[in-house]
Design a protein around this ligand. Structure first.
Ligand code: SAH
Ligand code: DHB
Ligand code: MG
Length: 222
């Protein structure tokens, strides 16, 4: 059996044993396919992992960049609880529309704001408006701008806040310093900042599974 098939089989097993996806989460993934959105939402066990992080961090306010169909948003919105809040930012109005339907069906629409626009603009505006700090920030929009997103996010966090970055391994591409892929270069800048910014401590982990070979970075604001 080729490794990718094994990764997939093991992911299916892990999800079957440990992840309780309800109808709304299943429907969110299905609706993404029906509307022709790319199949790049976090895997079910990754959604559960985001929820786990938000809960151990005691997060009440979450900022997500990159909504797609709202699949990860639902996990995060449930993790912050009915008194929590999620702001999620999406460039594509079609994605945002699909996400709003999915958030509604999941019963979390009342405590999620879907902001439509380029994440750089939206997050800069949030920072300039002086919103309350976020307890957890999930960076999952375009990868080329990851260093800029981290810079902006630093204006919107407090000591103890958690920053999570998705797709930081990119099939191994991240280890190539000369990569012409702007996504790889963005992720490399992001990881370098996590390792060198005295305001942060964090690391990155590789993952294999139904989304191939990739990884998460996690950082905590000192
Ligand atoms: N977090 C989602 C997946 C996000 S996929 C989940 O796991 O369920 C990445 C999303 O980022 C796409 O919907 C894409 O349209 C959006 N995106 C790309 N560039 C962006 C930008 N500059 N600003 C905001 N969103 C962006
Ligand atoms: C892509 C984006 C993602 O956020 C992801 O988890 C996987 C793939 C992409 O743009 O290809
Ligand atoms: Mg991603």
């Amino acid at each position: 059996m080729d490794p990718e098939t094994q990764w997939r089989d093991v992911d299916s097993y892990l999800v079957a044993e440990t992840v309780a996806e309800d109808d709304a989460l299943v429907a969110a993934r299905a609706s993404a396919r029906e509307h022709g959105l790319p199949p790049i939402e976090v895997a079910p066990n990754q959604g559960a992992f985001l929820s786990f992080l938000a809960q151990v961090a005691g997060a009440r306010r979450v900022l997500e960049l990159g909504t797609l169909a709202g699949y990860s948003t639902i996990w995060l919105a449930r993790a912050v609880g009915p008194h929590g809040h999620v702001t999620t930012v999406e460039l594509d109005p079609r994605h945002a529309e699909v996400a709003r339907q999915n958030l509604d069906r999941a019963g979390v629409a009342a405590h999620v704001d879907v902001e439509v626009g380029p994440a750089l603009d939206v997050v800069a505006r949030l920072a300039d408006t002086g919103v309350e700090p976020y307890d957890l920030v999930f960076l999952d929009a375009d990868k080329a701008s990851m260093p800029a997103y981290l810079d902006l996010a630093m204006r919107l966090v407090r000591p103890g806040s958690v920053i999570v970055g998705d797709n930081v391994v990119r099939g191994g591409g991240v280890a190539d310093p000369g990569s012409p892929d702007p996504g790889v270069q963005g992720v490399r800048g992001f990881l370098h900042a996590i390792g060198t910014d005295p305001r942060l401590e964090g690391t990155a982990l590789q993952t294999v599974g139904s989304k191939g070979w990739d990884g998460f970075a996690v950082a905590r604001v000192r």
